[in-house]
Design a protein around this ligand. Structure first.
Ligand code: BG6
Length: 299
């Protein structure tokens, strides 16, 4: 939809539309609770600041701001598979939701309690069916909440056959220095080490970063915390409908291999992803739905 049509349909106080980069249409919500920008490409949350001005998310200087390309940073939605496609490496990594054009369908003004929310939708298309042969409706709701940003991704199976999905809210957090960053809350949780042929290990203490980290934590507690964020505040991630958490930092060599990632940028980010990934495959029966959600807040 053109920016002018978006403005005439959804424009109101605290809701703005702009074009970024090549051709990205972006909706920006702003209230006394903070601000959030969402690209319709991928329903991709690009930035979030809370009421105190703390900016929680990280976006690469080299991100491709272009329709049909994944955006490095913010919150990509991985769906309906996580990582490379299990059988066909030609298919887009992390699925097609993040490179599809979503439709903005609603802006909810709940300003009696200060909130504003945007709801976006993606349904099957010729493009999606060429990659994954099922009818579906995905809805993604992004909400400015008191002290937090909320995400809710709901998968509806609108077809007549059950399907299986993996998914992730692939959240990139900005940190002051990865060398003094840690993730707390996963002590004792088993994980699959994606860098060592999915070897199963147990987390001991907090997660620290002194090399590449790429792990799928299994059945983690619903809350985890990042210490060392850019704002200096502790960040809390609360997840629901999720059986996995992915923790990732590419470190030096992988950073150099990624065209849309600066060589030194590994120092200033980490991903903590609310997910159903690895062994955690979700089956959705015809007519049924499944929701994964997260909220992120600076404490
Ligand atoms: C993480 C994966 O979720 O995403 C990593 O665990 C991957 O293996 C990373 O490298 C980034 O993926 P992409 O496709 O955005 O480069």
């Amino acid at each position: 939809m053109e920016l002018s049509s978006l403005r005439s349909r959804f424009g109101q106080e605290g809701v703005q539309f702009e074009q970024l980069g090549e051709d990205l249409s972006v909706v920006r919500l702003q209230s006394q609770l903070g601000s959030v920008s969402i690209a319709l490409n991928g329903a991709h949350v690009l930035e979030y600041s809370d009421a105190s001005g703390a900016a929680l998310l990280w976006l690469s200087e080299k991100a491709n701001l272009e329709n049909g390309k994944p955006i490095r940073g913010g919150v990509p939605i991985c769906w309906p598979w996580f990582g490379p496609h299990p059988e066909d490496s030609e298919k887009p990594a992390h699925g097609f939701a993040r490179v599809s054009q979503w439709e903005l369908i609603d802006i909810k003004d709940e300003r009696s309690d200060g909130g504003l929310a945007a709801e976006l939708r993606l349904t099957d298309s010729e493009f999606s069916r060429s990659l994954w042969p099922y009818p579906f409706e995905l809805r993604f709701r992004v909400s400015l909440l008191l002290g937090a940003l909320g995400f809710e991704l709901t998968t509806h199976n609108t077809g007549e056959r059950a399907f299986q999905i993996c998914e992730a809210l692939h959240t990139y957090f900005g940190v002051r220095s990865i060398h003094s960053t840690s993730v707390d809350g996963l002590d004792g949780v088993p994980y699959l080490d994606q860098l060592e042929s999915m070897e199963r290990k147990d987390q001991k203490g907090t997660i620290q970063f002194d090399r590449e980290v790429d792990r799928i934590y299994l059945d983690p507690p619903t809350k985890a915390w990042v210490d060392g964020s850019r704002s200096g505040k502790r960040i809390e991630i609360e997840s629901r409908g999720s059986q996995s958490a992915v923790v990732w930092n590419p470190w030096i060599d992988k950073a150099k291999r990624m065209a849309d990632f600066g060589d030194e940028e590994y120092l200033e980010m980490l991903c903590y992803e609310t997910a159903n990934a690895g062994p955690h495959v979700i089956s959705v029966e015809p007519g049924e739905q499944h929701t994964i959600g997260a909220s992120i807040r600076a404490l």
